[in-house]
Design a protein around this ligand. Structure first.
Ligand code: HEC
Length: 222
C-alpha cells in the first residue's frame, strides 16, 4: 500500500495559492535590470556642434552653390573659341558719344557746329574727316593759334589737351580718344573711317610729351 514516506515534494508547490505565486514572480521580475537606465541624454555640446555644422552647411550652399546651375562652374565646358571675346567689347560709338557729351559738347555743341567766331565746327570739317595723323595729334595734344575750318578762320580760343599726356586737361585714355574720334568722324553726316586705340597709342608714343600744336605744324603732316 502507499506509504506517506514516498511523498513527492513537487506536489507541495502545486498546492501553493495564486497569491503566493504572483508574489514570488513579482519578486523575481522586480529584480530585472532596467535596460533603459543605460541610455544617456545627448550631451548638449554635441547638440550645439551639430546645429553649428548644419547652419554652416546651409550658409555655404546658399553662398557658393550658384543655385546648382551647370553654367556656374562647368569643368567639362569647352574653351571659349577665339574671337568670342572674353571681355565684352565696348562699342566705340557708344563710348565716343559719352566722351563727346562729357567734354567736347561744351565748345563744339551737340549739333557739332561749334559757335560762330569762337569754336570751329566738327560737322563737315576737313580736319575731322581728313588726315588721321593731324586729327589724332590735335586732339591728344591740343591746338592753339588760328585755324581755318571750312574756309572760316578761328583764333579766339584754344583747343584743350585731351589725351594722357603732360599738362593734359582731361587725361583721356587712348581707347577713349580713339572712340571719340571715331564718333565725330561718323556723326552729323561725317563719313570718316574709325580710329583705333593702337593708332592713338602709336602717335602718343612717337610724340611723347610736347606742347599743343599750331596749324602750320599740322599742315606739314601727311
Ligand atoms: C574748351 C573748348 C573746347 C573743348 C572742350 C574742345 N574743343 Fe576742339 N577746339 C576748340 C577750339 C577753340 C578749336 C580751334 C583751335 C585753334 O584755333 O587753334 C578746336 C579745334 C578742334 C578741332 C579742329 C578744328 C575743327 O573744327 O575741325 C577738332 C577736330 C576738335 N577741336 C575736336 C574736339 C574734340 C573731339 C573734343 C572733345 C574730346 C574737343 N574738340 C573739345 C575748343 C574746344
Amino acid at each position: 500500500m502507499s506509504s506517506p514516506s514516498n511523498h513527492d515534494p513537487r506536489l507541495d508547490q502545486a498546492a501553493a495559492s495564486d497569491e503566493s505565486l504572483l508574489a514570488a514572480h513579482e519578486k523575481v521580475l522586480g529584480k530585472q535590470p532596467d535596460e533603459k537606465a543605460k541610455y544617456k541624454l545627448l550631451p548638449l555640446n554635441l547638440l550645439f556642434l551639430f546645429s553649428g555644422l548644419i547652419f554652416f552647411a546651409g550658409t555655404y550652399l546658399n553662398r557658393y552653390s550658384g543655385l546648382f546651375d551647370s553654367h556656374v562652374f562647368n569643368e567639362n565646358a569647352l574653351p571659349t573659341p577665339a574671337g568670342a571675346a572674353t571681355a565684352v567689347k565696348v562699342d566705340p560709338l557708344v563710348l565716343g558719344k559719352k566722351q563727346y557729351e562729357a567734354i567736347c559738347i561744351n565748345c563744339h555743341q551737340a549739333n557739332g557746329l561749334g559757335l560762330a567766331g569762337t569754336f570751329p565746327p566738327l560737322a563737315g570739317s576737313e580736319w575731322v574727316t581728313g588726315s588721321e595723323e593731324r586729327l589724332i595729334r590735335l586732339v591728344v595734344y591740343g591746338m592753339t593759334g588760328p585755324v581755318k575750318v571750312k574756309g572760316v578762320e578761328y583764333s579766339a580760343a584754344a583747343m584743350p589737351t585731351i589725351g594722357k599726356v603732360k599738362d593734359s586737361a582731361y587725361n583721356l585714355s587712348d581707347e577713349k580718344v580713339a572712340a571719340v574720334l571715331t564718333y565725330i568722324r561718323h556723326e552729323w553726316g561725317n563719313a570718316g573711317a574709325g580710329i583705333s586705340t593702337e593708332q592713338v597709342a602709336a602717335i602718343r608714343a612717337k610724340e611723347g610729351d610736347r606742347k599743343p600744336y599750331v596749324q602750320d605744324e599740322l599742315l606739314k603732316l601727311p
